[in-house]
Design a protein around this ligand. Sequence first.
Ligand SMILES: Nc1nc2c(ncn2[C@@H]2O[C@H](COP(=O)(O)O)[C@@H](O)[C@H]2O)c(=O)[nH]1
Ligand SMILES: [Mn+2]
Length: 400
Amino acid sequence: MPTTRVTLASNSNQSQKTPLLIPDSASLDPNASPSCYSLVIKTAQSKLRLRKAQRVFVHGGQELTRQKDWEHLLEDDVVLLVSVGEESQVEGDKGRKIAENLRGLEGVWRTQKARETWLGHAEVTASYSAGEEWDAALGTIGAGNHFAELQVVEDSVMCKPTSATEASQHELHESDTHISASDIRAARLAVQARKVVDIYHNNVQVTTTWPPSLKPDENNGEFSSRLADLWIEAPQKYYIHRKGAAPTHDPLTYIPLSILPLPGSRATPTLILHPTFSATNAHGKTNALSLAHGAGRALSRAKAASYIAEKYAGKTEDLLRGDFVKADKRGNKLFGGDNAGGRNVHGACWVVCEEKQLVWEEAPEAYKDLWDVGEDLLKKGCAERLGWCRGRVSYKVRKE
Ligand SMILES: Nc1nc2c(ncn2[C@@H]2O[C@H](COP(=O)(O)O)[C@@H](O)[C@H]2O)c(=O)[nH]1
Ligand SMILES: [Mn+2]
């Protein structure tokens, strides 16, 4: 019987593979029975142990959904990547399309009049306008190395039940001792509820108490009394100058942030941290009410530019592709196989960056290991990890 010889691989762990001979009798119409699609799914379930196998892709991100995809892409020796639906709407080809169509984030937002109106403060009839030159940055992603990223919350969010409770205000009971599906859902909701998460950083904050007190009602009074031990009595101004760090509180209200993202690079996840305040970190004093605002550079911009330009000579354009993901600097592209959770670097971002120099300077290899940085913060009692998100489209700059 004539057959087509293909290899099936798990989309999230592509070293996990199995051969499959598809008989010509199998229909190319995915809705027929038996179809090439149903055979692929069944084989992935039994041989790759992907119980929830549901989507089939080829390298490059194109998904085989319609009969004509199967007609066009099914051939001898093709590798079919089978996923359990971990992708989001911005996965694969969609990510590429979004990246292609996304533009103007660095361009001015509305008119100066509209910006001034937005910056006005009706109650105190004051305006925070700083003049046209500066207001022009309002509503843009900013300049320099700023970026905006579309990310998805990964399914495998792990969290402590108490963190999930605080973060999401979901009705989870603090006495829960195991991580349940509802905890995971709660952590996801916490992140998703704030669909746009900005990261304050490099700011100067003025405070008159050190450390600032938290609202007693948030801590049943107990926390405030412990903080009192640390208070410096005389009210005077203290300045917290952050460079490479983000505040653990909303700088205006002093209310602790429920989540604080810790980005790694355009190809690695963003950890979702929950700042903590306990005796271990002297209620935030140890870390100056701040957390790292990113993994941070491992290579200077100059070193990264020359190293990456040489390493990927002639392939700079490929570095912008979401399907051109190289192993991280430890070589652990699929670190730990299926149990790696967010550690693998599968499925990176489609990047919009029309400045070659920046593409090289901000390559994933130029940054420290996000997981190590995150782990240090956890070990010092400065934060808990609620989960992580994965970038799908990263917008840096267009030259338009
Ligand atoms: N998710 C992404 N994270 C990135 C990217 N480029 C850099 N980074 C991380 O962000 C912090 C902050 O950047 P900085 O330039 O202001 O220091 C940095 O420490 C990196 O770890 C990216 O494209 N996507
Ligand atoms: Mn920085």
